[in-house]
Design a protein around this ligand. Structure first.
Ligand code: THU
Length: 128
């Protein structure tokens, strides 16, 4: 896993975030099972509930490019402590097989498995 390339991509894409309401810029980058990478940023809306997180933007970009099996995600923000993905993004990570998650601020990173952040993501749903 080339965490450093994925992290650079996430920081670069954070600069493109559309966050006029929160001023909170987030970047994310995912890598798929054959090593292709895709990036995303948060995209806010005047109707706040329509906001799309950086993680889901990156995942949707991967899917729209034909990737189906994703491996890892890096999420970056300029925060005191590394950012933590929302519950919706964790569920979407599970959908496409992301198992490794790196959360970064400018000074440090924290690594998690999906299982740590979202136990039993599909158990009991549609009899899975
Ligand atoms: N946000 C993300 O993009 N990813 C996260 O992991 C947490 C929050 C965005 C959504 C919103 O645009 C802003 O950060 C404040 O919540």
């Amino acid at each position: 896993m080339d965490w450093s390339q994925l992290t650079t991509l996430a920081w670069q894409t954070r600069d493109l975030a559309y966050a006029p309401y929160s001023q909170f810029l987030v970047g994310a980058a995912v890598i798929d099972d054959v090593g292709n990478t895709f990036a995303g940023c948060n995209v806010e809306n005047l109707s706040f509930g329509l906001t799309i997180c950086a993680e889901r933007t990156a995942i949707a970009t991967a899917i729209a490019a034909g990737s189906r099996k994703l491996r890892a995600v890096v999420v970056v923000a300029d925060t005191e402590t590394p950012i933590s993905p929302c519950g919706a993004c964790r569920q979407v990570m599970a959908e496409f097989g992301i198992t490794e998650i790196r959360l970064c601020n400018r000074r440090e990173h924290l690594d998690f498995t999906l299982e740590q952040l979202l136990p039993r993501p599909s158990a009991g749903i549609l009899n899975r």
